[in-house]
Design a protein around this ligand. Sequence first.
Ligand SMILES: [Zn+2]
Length: 139
Amino acid sequence: MDDGAADLPAPYLSADAGPYWRAAQEDRLVMQLCYGCGSYRFFPGLLCPKCGSDEQVWGPCSGQGTVYSLTMVHRAPNPAFRSIAPYIVALIDLEEGPRMMANIVGADRLETAIGDRVKVCFEARGPEIKVPQFVRVGS
Ligand SMILES: [Zn+2]
């Protein structure tokens, strides 16, 4: 997909989120899965926000979700994003439970509505980083 995304700034890669970014580079979405209560969480952290357990594994996610809310960005927050405006920033409820923020990408992205079904895709930001984004798969 040549939509100018490869020229956007790469995200900051924190140590806690290393497995998340390494999986994304392989086109896989993973999140921390708590041993204590069995819930997935996003963002990564040391303790489970539901039960306080510090034992977790990185578990695979389906990448399927539903748009909970969205906004259309017309005025880019910095010059790097001007080439892709207008674009969609959405909150997505994943099948596994967590809600994550990402862009909706693809030719029909500006038609995104609350409740649309979406699936993850991986957008290259230079040669070594891919960012999980989403595409519409139905309304
Ligand atoms: Zn837990």
